[in-house]
Design a protein around this ligand. Sequence first.
Ligand code: ZN
Length: 187
Amino acid sequence: MSLLEIHVLGSPVLRSETRLVTEITDDLRRLVEDMFETMRAAQGIGLAAPQVGRLERVAIVDVDNDPIVLINPEIIVESGSERAEEGCLSIPDIYGDVDRAARVTVRATNLEGEVFEREGSDLLGRAFQHEIDHLHGKLFIDYLSFLKRRGVMARWEDLKEKYPGQRRVLTVGAPVTAEPAGGDESR
Ligand code: ZN
């Protein structure tokens, strides 16, 4: 296993459409393992392939020690609406309130090649929606109002200096005080 670099806002891969996975290969299994390691090192609750510079349609989430691999995921049912704060491992230190469906059902394939369905609400439902957005080039800041987004982009102008080449390099074991937020960043 190895830690991967996380692409941050401004890296074109975050705005790219992913490709359907047609075969579960050793390469894909390795990618998923590395994504779990990277997500845990970043204290995240979700991660999508484009965030580590890959275009396979695969994402992972882990809310409450329940790791889930989502290959070719789709939201097949959604209901209700809920506003909550989100963050993103690819946009460190930026948070914003996002309206999402309150409950969703996701259909996806697992690493054994089996199709499954999983319902999620609260943090899990939000993580599903946030990660699936990543697989289609969409970021949580896209949901913010024009003014809020402008404020975010102004702050990012300063923050982005910390990430040369639009890459975030993680170190293992850096202590972080975690207080759950939605999206894939925990704070
Ligand atoms: Zn994200």
